[in-house]
Design a protein around this ligand. Structure first.
Ligand SMILES: *[C@@H]1O[C@H](CO)[C@@H](O)[C@H](O)[C@H]1NC(C)=O
Ligand SMILES: *[C@@H]1O[C@H](CO)[C@@H](O)[C@H](O)[C@H]1NC(C)=O
Ligand SMILES: *[C@@H]1O[C@H](CO)[C@@H](O)[C@H](O)[C@H]1NC(C)=O
Ligand SMILES: *[C@@H]1O[C@H](CO)[C@@H](O)[C@H](O)[C@H]1NC(C)=O
Ligand SMILES: *[C@@H]1O[C@H](CO)[C@@H](O)[C@H](O)[C@H]1NC(C)=O
Ligand SMILES: *[C@@H]1O[C@H](CO)[C@@H](O)[C@H](O)[C@H]1NC(C)=O
Length: 387
C-alpha cells in the first residue's frame, strides 16, 4: 500500500498551499463524552480469552472521534486538480464517490472524548480511555460473553457479536460495530488487502488512484473462494486483515471485505495516521515503515492469540515476504505457513525471496502465481501442509 499512501500524501502535500487540514484539536484536558456534534467510528474488533481471568472476554477496541462539521470541497478540488495535472486523470464526473472515500481525511479529530460501548451477549459495558488526536485503543474487559451461540453467528456462520456505542439520550444515532471473538487455540489467518485479496494496482499510480478513488473494488480472482474454503477447512479461523493503508480508508475497505469476503470476514487493522500537519503525513510516507508497522501488528495479534497458529497471506508488491519471514523466525510455529502472491512487475527474484525467508524451512512458505490460486484451496493447512 506504499503507493496509495504516497499518492494520497503527495496529493495532500500539494494541496497544502490552498487547504490546511483541520488543526484545532480539542485539548485533552477538556474531557467530554461523544455529543451530537461529533462522529464516532468504532472499528470492528477482535475479542479473546482473558489469560488472567478464565471465563472473562477481552476486546481490543479502537475508536476514532471527530467533528461532524466537515467541508470536503477544498480537499476535493485540490486533489482533482492535482490528479488532472500529474496523472491526466479526470475525476470530475466521480467527485461524489471520491468524496465519500476520502471523507475521513477531511475530519477534525477530537481529543479527550470518552467512548463507551455495549456488546450483545456480554456482561460488562466497556469504556475506552479518552481519545488522543481522535484515536483511542485499548484492551477492555467485556465480562462473561455467551459463546458458541449459533443464533448469534452471522448468516455465514461466523460467530460475531454486535457492539453499539452509548450516546446521550437526545442522540438518535446508533453507531455499531462487529466483535469477532475467537478461542485461544485453533487457527487464524492474517491477510494483506491490496493486491492480495483486492486488485489495487499498487505498482501503477494512475490505476492505483482510480482503484482507490473511483472504481468499484475488485477481488483478486479466485481469492474469495480460497478464503471461503479456509473458513471451513480451518474450522472458523480468526481472519484479521492487516494493511498499511491509512485508517481513513476504513469505511471503503470494510465494506469491500464485508461483502466480497463475507465468509471470511474479520477485523481490519489499518495504519494510525492521525495528524494535524501535512508535513507529518509526508514524513510518514517517506519513512516507509511498512515492515515495522506490519511486524508490530503481528506482535499485537500474537499477544492476543499466543496459542493459535496463523496462516499469513500477502504479496510481493511491498514487504509481506520480509515481514512474514521475520515473523516465522521470531515466533516459530505460531506462523503455520506463509503464502505470497507473485504480482507481475514486482520484485519476484529468487534473490529477494531467499533473503526474505532466510533461515526459514522451505515447507513453511509458498510463492504462487495467479494460475495457482484455485489450487490453494486444496492445500491441507490444517494438517500442517503449506504447499
Ligand atoms: C485538466 O487539465 C487540462 C489541461 O491542463 C484542462 O484543460 C482541463 O480543464 C482540466 N480538467 C479539469 C476537470 O480540471
Ligand atoms: C495514533 O497516533 C496519534 C498521533 O501520532 C497518537 O497520539 C495516538 O496515541 C495514536 N493512537 C494509537 C491508538 O496508536
Ligand atoms: C443467543 O444470541 C441471541 C442473539 O444475540 C440471544 O437472543 C439469545 O438469547 C442467545 N441464546 C443463548 C442461549 O445465549
Ligand atoms: C449498524 O449500522 C449501520 C449503519 O448505520 C446500519 O445500516 C445497520 O443496520 C446497523 N446494524 C444493526 C444490526 O443495527
Ligand atoms: C492487548 O493485549 C494483548 C495481549 O495481552 C497485548 O499483546 C497487547 O499489547 C494489548 N494491547 C493494548 C493496546 O493494550
Ligand atoms: C530485488 O530484491 C533484492 C533483495 O532485496 C535486491 O537485492 C534486488 O536488487 C531487487 N531487484 C530489483 C530489480 O529491484
Amino acid at each position: 500500500m506504499r503507493f496509495t499512501l504516497s499518492f494520497l500524501t503527495f496529493g495532500l502535500a500539494a494541496v497544502e498551499l490552498t487547504y490546511a487540514l483541520p488543526r484545532a484539536y480539542q485539548q485533552p484536558s477538556r474531557r467530554s463524552s461523544v455529543n451530537v456534534l461529533d462522529d464516532v467510528l468504532v472499528f470492528d474488533a477482535p475479542a479473546f480469552d482473558d489469560p488472567a481471568n478464565p471465563g472473562n472476554t477481552l476486546v481490543q477496541l479502537q475508536a476514532y472521534v471527530s467533528s461532524r462539521q466537515l467541508d470536503l470541497t477544498p480537499l476535493l478540488s485540490g486533489i482533482s486538480g492535482l490528479l488532472n495535472k500529474t496523472l491526466k486523470l479526470d475525476i470530475s464526473a466521480d467527485l461524489d464517490r471520491a468524496a465519500s472515500r476520502l471523507a475521513l481525511f477531511g475530519t477534525l479529530p477530537l481529543s479527550g472524548k470518552d467512548v463507551t460501548v455495549n456488546v450483545n451477549g456480554c456482561g460488562d459495558a466497556a469504556s475506552l480511555p479518552p481519545t488522543d488526536s481522535g484515536m483511542a485503543i485499548q484492551n477492555l474487559t467485556l465480562g462473561a460473553c455467551t459463546s458458541g451461540n449459533a443464533s448469534a453467528a452471522n448468516s455465514n456462520g461466523v460467530a460475531t457479536a454486535l457492539g453499539t456505542v452509548k450516546l446521550s439520550a437526545i442522540d438518535a444515532r446508533a453507531p455499531n460495530f462487529t466483535v469477532f471473538p475467537s478461542s485461544a487455540d485453533g487457527f487464524g489467518v492474517i491477510s494483506d488487502i491490496d493486491d492480495t485479496v483486492k486488485v489495487s494496482h499498487s505498482l501503477d499510480k494512475l490505476l492505483l488512484a482510480k482503484a482507490t478513488l473511483i472504481d468499484d473494488p475488485v477481488p483478486v480472482t479466485g481469492m474469495p473462494e480460497v478464503f471461503k474454503s479456509l473458513a471451513a477447512s480451518l474450522n472458523s479461523p480468526q481472519f484479521i486483515f492487516v494493511s498499511a493503508s491509512p485508517f481513513q480508508l476504513y469505511p471503503f475497505l470494510r465494506d469491500f471485505i464485508d461483502t466480497t469476503y463475507a465468509a471470511s470476514n474479520g477485523p481490519i487493522f489499518l495504519n494510525n495516521l492521525t495528524t494535524t500537519s501535512l508535513t507529518e503525513i509526508v514524513d510518514f510516507a517517506k519513512n516507509d515503515g511498512i515492515f515495522e508497522y506490519k511486524s508490530a501488528m503481528i506482535d499485537r495479534i500474537q499477544g492476543m492469540y499466543p496459542g493459535k497458529k496463523f496462516l499469513t497471506v500477502g504479496d510481493s508488491t511491498q514487504k509481506d515476504p520480509e515481514t512474514y519471514g521475520e515473523a516465522i523466525r521470531k515466533y516459530g510455529d505460531f506462523i503455520a505457513c506463509a503464502w505470497i502472491r507473485k504480482v507481475d512487475g514486482a520484485n519476484n527474484t529468487d534473490e529477494r525471496f531467499a533473503a526474505a525467508f532466510q533461515g526459514v524451512s522451505p515447507d513453511k512458505f509458498k510463492l504462487y502465481t495467479d494460475d495457482e490460486i484455485p489450487d490453494l484451496a486444496n492445500i491441507d493447512v490444517a494438517g500442517g501442509s503449506c504447499s
